[in-house]
Ligand binder design. Sequence first.
Ligand code: FO1
Length: 320
Amino acid sequence: MSSSRVVALCGGVGGAKLAHGLQHVLGKRLNVVVNMADDFTHLGLHISPDLDTVLYTLGGLNDLQRGWGRADESWNFMEALAQVGGETWFALGDRDLALHVERTRRRAGGERLTTIADDVARRFGISAKILPVTDDDIRTMVVTPSEELAFQRYFVERRCEPVVKQIRFDGAASARMTPEVRAALGADDLQLIVICPSNPYLSIDPILSVPGLRDALRAAGVPIVAVSPILGGQAVKGPTRKIMDELGIQPTTAAIAAHYHGLIDGLVVDSADAAEVTGLDVAVHLAPTLMTDMASKIELAEQVVAFGERLSMPDAQSEK
Ligand code: FO1
């Protein structure tokens, strides 16, 4: 696979860690297709949380403790905003703010999110291609028993406390996959598609909801490998476990396999969940999936790529 390409579908913090490892292994042969349904307009600025998490992480600029935002951040803007009575529930660091201001300015001038992301990625020294799945507006809406919440209101302002009854992706039906994503999935030298260990319901489903995307994934004719975000029956990061409970889905590896049934050829499952894989109707590879440092990101990335290589061989069914 030394000269072939890989496409990774990715949400925010958890997915970006694997994408970072994949970038180390693959360099410019990696295309990262990013969820854009967490985007929103806040204080007049276009904020793209998952895209920025990917840009900061692959650029080595992210804050390792928070997972989102930039390292060495200062918060003068937020303090001054509070002083004048502005909305402070969503934290915008001073350095981070520069990206939102510049993106908003360039979009107002008619530029596509894809062009802006590509330019910023180059400036950050990122070797992978970072591709928003769409330049159109898709917005995740969380339906709770009492109201409908825009995703960041649910996730940040309400700290995922309201019970989730349903998740909707407004605008998805009319969103268009970008030509860059279509080209990445149609590339002659594409070898593997990876679904990063992002929240399947909040981060990967909105990518898959873009019309034509699922068909393009299947038409690529290469193995599709998902990395399960479940570890020891718990979601590694974020509210995946709570949301699964509320949607009536068992927080198990089997539920992740069922969710991606018909789409994936292989599932990477944490070694701690080895007992859970018997009877799964998909090829499984066991590996440590907790990524705590660069070495563990690279190790998982290497295992995912090697698993994909094995799945593209004629006797791949023996992995089941
Ligand atoms: N997450 C929080 O929990 N609190 C915040 O105040 C916050 C601010 C923020 C600003 C910019 C950005 O790019 C991300 C930010 N995030 C914050 C993370 C974001 O809400 C989540 O990472 C994703 O949307 C979930 O994938």
